[in-house]
Design a protein around this ligand. Structure first.
Ligand SMILES: CC(C)(COP(=O)(O)OP(=O)(O)OC[C@H]1O[C@@H](n2cnc3c(N)ncnc32)[C@H](O)[C@@H]1OP(=O)(O)O)[C@@H](O)C(=O)NCCC(=O)NCCS
Length: 155
C-alpha cells in the first residue's frame, strides 16, 4: 500500500508528529545512554526543530486513503559542513510501526529529494544513530553515503 496522499503539515498535525517522538527515541540504543536520556534527547530535538521557524523548512505528512496519518518527514535548508554551501537537511523521518515496509518512507524521501533539487541544492544530508541499522540500511539503499563518523568512548 502506498500512501494515498503526501501533504504539507498543518498545526493540527502536531499531536501526531509529537506522538512519534517515543518511537524515534526507542530505536537507537547506544549502551552509554538509558531510555530516559534518549527520550529526553528526542523530545528536545523535536521541540527545537519546530520552534525554529526557519525559512523554507517543510513538514510532509503521509496519509492513508481514509485520511489516517501514517508518517512524516521534516526537511529544512542547511549548510554543508565542508563547503558551507546551502544544502538540504532531513531533520526527522518516522512512520507508525504498522505503516513500515510499504514504501511510505520511500515516498516521503522522494519528496524530500525533489524539494532539495527544486531549491538547487547539490547535497541532501541527515544524521542517524549508527546502531539504527534499519534506518541506516534504508538510507544507503536510497543513495546516502556515510561522510563522517562520531566516536564515543564511555569513561
Ligand atoms: C526508518 C523508517 C522511516 C523506514 O521505514 P520503512 O518502512 O523501512 O520504509 P518504507 O515504508 O519506504 O518501506 C521500504 C520497503 O517497502 C517495500 N515496498 C513496498 N512497496 C513499495 C513501494 N511501492 N515503493 C518502495 N518500496 C516499497 C520495499 O521492500 C522497501 O524496501 P527497500 O528499502 O529495500 O526499498 C522506519 O523504519 C521508522 O519510522 N523507524 C523509526 C524511526 C526512525 O528510526 N527514523 C529514522 C531516524 S534517522
Amino acid at each position: 500500500m502506498e500512501p494515498a496522499e503526501i501533504r504539507d503539515a498543518t498545526p493540527d498535525d502536531r499531536a501526531f508528529i509529537d506522538s512519534l517522538s517515543p518511537r524515534l527515541a526507542g530505536v537507537p540504543h547506544p549502551p552509554w545512554h538509558d531510555g530516559a536520556a534518549m527520550r529526553g534527547f528526542q523530545d528536545r530535538f523535536m521541540a527545537a526543530t519546530f520552534a525554529d521557524a526557519e525559512d523554507g523548512a517543510r513538514t510532509l505528512i503521509a496519509c492513508a486513503a481514509d485520511g489516517r496519518r501514517l508518517g512524516f518527514v521534516h526537511i529544512r535548508p542547511g549548510r554543508d559542513g565542508v563547503t558551507d554551501e546551502p544544502c538540504g537537511y532531513v531533520s526527522l523521518l518516522a512512520l507508525l510501526p504498522e505503516a513500515e515496509g510499504r514504501g511510505i518512507a520511500h515516498r516521503l524521501m522522494r519528496e524530500a529529494e525533489a524539494w532539495a533539487r527544486g531549491r538547487g541544492y547539490r547535497l541532501l544530508s541527515l544524521d542517524v544513530f549508527a546502531d539504527n541499522r534499519h534506518a541506516v540500511d534504508f538510507y544507503h539503499r536510497r543513495g546516502f553515503v556515510t561522510e563522517s563518523l562520531r566516536l564515543v568512548k564511555p569513561l
